[in-house]
Design a protein around this ligand. Structure first.
Ligand SMILES: [Zn+2]
Length: 358
């Protein structure tokens, strides 16, 4: 029986079978080293090989982990996480390239499945998220250094060969299907107040703010909210009591009155992956600066989708906090604004003045 198992294991070792990684380990008497089944090193002689169920078993028998295939990383207990640290550095060095999981796994000498698992165990996030974060960091650095969005976009590797929106799609808590269902089963708390730019309604799910809009009056805004989330359970904050929403409203109101910076509040974004990537990009544009719709399109890796980028701005449901008012036409024209060009102009003027004063 054991012989049969060992024979099957030996066949997988000879085949460098990646799917066997994690199932067992093999040690080589002559070298004193133990490996994962897929180790790319030349296969030892069968007579010198002993199998172990766990890396701990091989270690207990006095074998050292192979430096080539890092069998301890398999169990997520590579003491220094050295291979995964090295892979993290590799991702940083190649952040502007398209790095598939397969390519990274190959680089690490592991199966995609185990690489993904080990990387996450050691680094804390998936390789894809790690690369996205690195790109975003560079992108923001470029913007801070005074680059235009377009320039920063290409410098950060968000060019036509890569797509920031891939990252956004599977990172966010939002689910497009839940949105399509009109917020079914969700509780949305809302409140309205008068601001420097007119009546404003803010509404939030448990995850964050999903609606900030200007309107003619609180009733019209409540109807608008009901239209956008027809199947959600809508509750006035005053009735249910939501200290959080009240505080958020005050913070935003102060900002609109020009006495406080734009508050950093939790958002629950609902939209397509493309829309959300455009909104995220808008949020990285500094106060007092503007971007063109074509820069936005290029910024999300879809330089031809200028009209779609403009539509994404128009579809923004979270005014001011997602600063779609900072998006202009390429010729500097104001373009459109869902809540009226007067408000757009007022917001931009206030931000410019604020920046000059700062
Ligand atoms: Zn090895």
């Amino acid at each position: 029986m054991d012989k049969d198992i060992d024979a099957a294991r030996w066949a997988r070792v000879q085949a460098h079978d990646k799917t066997a990684d994690g199932e067992f380990f093999y040690a080589v008497r002559t070298t004193g080293v133990f490996c994962r089944p897929s180790c790319p090193a030349r296969t030892a002689k069968r007579a010198n090989v002993i199998f172990y169920e766990t890396a701990a078993g091989a270690e207990a028998a006095g074998y050292r982990p192979c430096r080539r295939c890092h069998p301890l990383a398999m169990e997520g207990r590579d003491p220094h996480g050295s291979l995964m640290q090295a892979m993290a550095s590799f991702i940083v060095a190649h952040a502007d390239e398209r790095l598939s999981l397969e390519r990274l796994a190959q680089e690490a000498g592991m199966s995609p499945f185990h690489f993904q698992r080990s990387f996450k165990a050691v680094i804390g996030v998936s390789p894809k998220d790690y690369q996205a974060a690195e790109r975003l960091r560079r992108f923001k650095d470029r913007l801070r250094a005074g680059d235009t969005v377009l320039g920063a976009t290409f410098e950060a590797g968000y060019g036509s060969t890569s797509r920031i929106y891939e990252r956004v799609g599977d990172n966010l808590g939002m689910t497009p299907s839940a949105y399509r269902a009109g917020g079914a089963g969700e509780r949305i708390v809302h409140a309205a107040r008068e601001t420097a730019l007119g009546p404003l309604m803010m509404a939030a799910t448990e995850r964050g703010i999903c609606f900030v809009q200007f309107g003619t009056c609180a009733d019209a805004l409540a109807r608008q909210l009901a239209q956008e989330f027809p199947r959600a359970q809508l509750e006035p904050a005053a009735a249910g009591g939501s200290a959080e929403l009240d505080a958020w409203m005050v913070a935003l109101g102060d900002h609109l009155a020009g006495v406080a910076p734009r508050p950093d509040l939790p958002l629950d974004l609902r939209g397509t992956a493309f829309q959300i990537s455009v909104w995220r990009l808008l949020m990285s544009v500094r106060e007092g600066e503007v971007v063109s719709y074509s820069e936005l399109a290029a910024g999300v890796g879809a330089p031809r989708a200028v009209r779609a980028a403009a539509s994404a701005c128009a579809a923004n449901r979270v005014a001011v906090l997602i600063p779609c008012h900072r998006a202009l036409r390429a010729d500097g024209g104001l373009g459109g604004y869902r809540w009226g060009l007067e408000r757009k102009r007022a917001l931009l003027d206030a931000e410019r003045a604020h920046r000059v004063a700062a």
